[in-house]
Each structure stands twice: as structure tokens, then as C-alpha cells.
Design a protein around this ligand. Structure first.
Ligand SMILES: [Zn+2]
Length: 268
């Protein structure tokens, strides 16, 4: 069988413009790599089936696409796949997500962070080692929480972050800090962004989010006290919404949307 690979550039997938959506998960013929220079070509085992390799042609972010090629953000590809089962997305989406994360990590880990020597690959593993000082490097994974906040009037708190598209509202979210539990991150981010207090923090689900290196960790929490006060920096607006009065929501395929959908259905 002809070898196939995912062509990755930054957090996007590269494809000839005539590629159908239904063909995306199969990857492209490897020979198409001849159209790109200075690529990083590698194979990485699937996590749940290590004898299956994911082949990747990683293209420098500065490269200009050949004529008749297009670039699709991987996060928008997630919305093409169903959201079901124990993991977000299906196996094929997971393969693309893994390829995207590893490809970006490889560009940023070419040199040892301690002594500056050129790192060497550990075969068939997402791992690099410095031949000079022995420092080992793994892909960085930065946990970030998102929180479904509900009150006793069956409403959810959603916020508009200035980074969002106009009119889109989503959960309060933020990165875990060094020395902090995820539950503490939930409390701190909610205080910082909307200045309210919550209780009953419960884990829901997580989703790899390689843009470039996050793991989204979903929680729910109950409102206790305080007046919603957007920080005016990240959060421009935040308010309670009922099921009959929802704003524009994050894209399908994201954990944010999955959690909101679960709340609408009464599962959360
Ligand atoms: Zn070193």
C-alpha cells in the first residue's frame, strides 16, 4: 500500500484544494512531500495501538504553500468528527491531534534547553535526548481548566473573552499555575475573571488541545456568592443564560461545546 502521511504546518493540516472532507483522515500520499523543503519527517506510534504508526510531514511555519494547496486549522477539523464515547472525537481525529502536537513540539525541541547541543531522537518514542549532557525532553503538555458554572435557577454562566469571535460566549477558563491543583485553578480563574465564589467542583472530561500544547480539563461547579464582575482585561462580558436564551456557542468538537451540550440535555 502506498505510504500516507499527515502534512502539518503549525496548528494546521495542509491539503491539496481538491481533497474532500471525507478523505482527510486517510492522510496524503507521502510522495507529495516533494513539494516542500526543510521538512521534519517522522513516524510516531498510536498510543492505543503502538504497532500502528502515524506518519507526519511537518512543514516549517515560514513555508509558502504550493499552488492549489490549502491549510485547515486542526481545531476546525475536530468539528467535522462526531463527539461521542469516552474520548472526544474518534480515532482518526485523535491521530491528527497527536500528529499536530508532536510536530509542533519537535520544532521547539531541536536543541537542548540546558546546554544548547542538538537533541537526538529516541526511536519510536515521543522523546528526545541530549547527547552532550543527557537531558531528556518530552512533549510539553500544559493543563488548562474550563468550568461549567451553574446556579440554582438552572442557568449557566458564560463569558465573552476578547480573543473569541464576536458574540461567542463560552466557559471561564485558564491555565494551571505551578504548585496549584486543578481545583485551585478553577477557584482562582473564576475569582480573577468574574469575581464570584463557587463550590462542589467536580471533574467532567478532558480533551487534548494541541494549539500548541494544552490539555483542556473540564469541570463543573455551583455558584455560591458574589456579583458577576468581568475583569475587563480578558473577559469583556459575562452573564447567566437559560436553555431558552443561549448566545452563540463555541464550535462543535470542542470540550467547551460538549459540556454545554451535556448541560442542555440534562446530563450535567
Ligand atoms: Zn544538553
Amino acid at each position: 500500500m502506498d505510504k500516507r502521511a499527515f502534512f502539518i504546518q503549525g496548528d494546521s493540516l495542509l491539503l491539496p484544494v481538491n481533497t474532500l472532507d471525507t478523505q482527510i483522515d486517510a492522510g496524503l500520499l507521502f510522495e507529495l512531500s516533494k513539494y516542500f523543503k526543510n521538512t521534519d519527517i517522522f513516524d510516531i506510534p498510536e498510543l492505543d495501538n503502538p504497532s500502528n504508526l502515524i506518519s507526519v510531514v511537518s512543514v516549517p511555519v515560514t513555508a509558502v504553500l504550493p499552488e492549489n494547496w490549502k491549510s485547515i486549522p486542526v481545531r476546525s477539523i475536530l468539528s467535522m468528527f462526531s463527539v461521542s464515547g469516552g474520548r472526544i472525537g474518534n480515532t482518526d481525529a485523535n491521530r491528527i491531534v497527536r500528529a499536530c502536537h508532536i510536530a509542533q513540539w519537535r520544532w521547539s525541541s531541536r536543541f537542548c534547553g540546558t546546554c544548547g547541543a542538538k537533541n537526538e531522537d529516541v526511536p519510536m518514542q515521543a522523546q528526545r535526548i541530549c547527547p552532550k549532557c543527557g537531558r531528556t525532553e518530552f512533549p510539553r503538555i500544559c493543563p488548562a481548566v474550563i468550568v461549567l458554572i451553574t446556579d440554582d435557577k438552572n442557568r449557566i454562566l458564560l463569558a465573552h473573552n476578547k480573543r473569541f469571535k464576536a458574540r461567542v460566549y463560552s466557559h471561564i477558563s485558564g491555565f494551571n499555575e505551578a504548585g496549584e491543583t486543578l481545583e485551585e485553578t478553577v477557584v482562582r480563574e473564576i475569582r480573577e475573571e468574574v469575581d464570584i465564589e463557587v463550590k462542589d467542583i467536580v471533574y467532567i472530561k478532558s480533551q487534548p488541545w494541541p494549539f500548541p500544547s494544552s490539555l483542556m480539563v473540564g469541570f463543573k461547579a455551583r455558584y455560591v456568592s458574589g456579583t458577576i464582575t468581568p475583569d475587563g482585561d480578558e473577559i469583556e462580558d459575562a452573564k447567566w443564560f437559560t436553555k431558552n436564551d443561549l448566545p452563540e456557542l463555541p464550535a462543535e468538537g470542542s470540550l467547551s461545546r460538549y459540556i454545554i451540550n451535556g448541560w442542555i440535555k440534562g446530563d450535567l
